[in-house]
Design a protein around this ligand. Sequence first.
Ligand SMILES: NC(=O)c1ccc[n+]([C@@H]2O[C@H](COP(=O)([O-])OP(=O)(O)OC[C@H]3O[C@@H](n4cnc5c(N)ncnc54)[C@H](OP(=O)(O)O)[C@@H]3O)[C@@H](O)[C@H]2O)c1
Length: 266
Amino acid sequence: MSNHNQGVAVITGASAGIGRVYADRFAKRGYDLLLVARRKDRLGELSQELQNKYGVKVDTLVADLTKREDLEKVGSTLASNERISVLVNNAGTAVVGSSAQIPIANVEFQLDLNARSVTYLSQAVLPGFIKRNSGTLINIGSVLSFFAYPFSTSYSASKAHVLLYTIGLHDELANTGVRVQAVLPSNTYSEIWEVSGMGVENLDPETVMSTDDLVDAALAGLDQGETVTLPSLEDISLWETFDAVRIKMFHAAQTKKAASRYGLGK
Ligand SMILES: NC(=O)c1ccc[n+]([C@@H]2O[C@H](COP(=O)([O-])OP(=O)(O)OC[C@H]3O[C@@H](n4cnc5c(N)ncnc54)[C@H](OP(=O)(O)O)[C@@H]3O)[C@@H](O)[C@H]2O)c1
């Protein structure tokens, strides 16, 4: 049943894969929904299904988030609807191959969707969240936010943007009631593999998670107060060490002296 107090969860890329499961789970938690993607028919079917299943109100907004006018349309909805309490920036695409050979238009499309739209929509929703001192922003990165295969260079770079942007927002909003989480999935069964032209069937099935498990683990991480959630990483000390070294290295580099290995000193 719709719980009016929960407000509205906005999920981009809700027509498939991970976004579709987020839509189901937020509806299950009693949120009304606003589902965003390009495929109107898919959004319509999912909207009907979730309204019947959970009795929540589900609106849809057809938008290509790589298009400026569509981004502005979604952004102004995020900025003006005071019932919006959750934004999941999930829509994303994967362009893979040799950087010297991939058509630049495909790389630009990927940057626009994976990095620019996440930034734009976060900025659209945050003033309202801050004003109300509540709200949850979830940005979907990837384990490729901190690793690049020779064929995933620009995808990885776009996801690196999502990770550091989300960590930065978390720090900016530390003294507010606004929650921020970066979710970093590893291989997950979805259409993205088909879209990118990489067959998921070529992967070891032991390395590929279901979208249900991915989203349920990510939401458990959110409930546990995590800022960065790696659903498939068993040993969390690996992330903690990486994060601590990242911060320590930044502070260690705050000096006017060139490092001695460059031989500038006497
Ligand atoms: N699957 C994995 O292995 C994996 C691993 C790490 C991270 N991720 C990340 O997880 C997120 C979800 O991916 P997924 O695996 O669920 O992929 P997916 O099944 O291909 O779903 C992608 C979603 O994004 C939407 N989308 C694509 N282009 C769009 C555009 N221009 N404007 C608006 N919406 C657009 C698609 O809907 P329409 O086509 O209807 O627009 C679809 O709903 C992405 O950010 C992806 O990078 C996935």
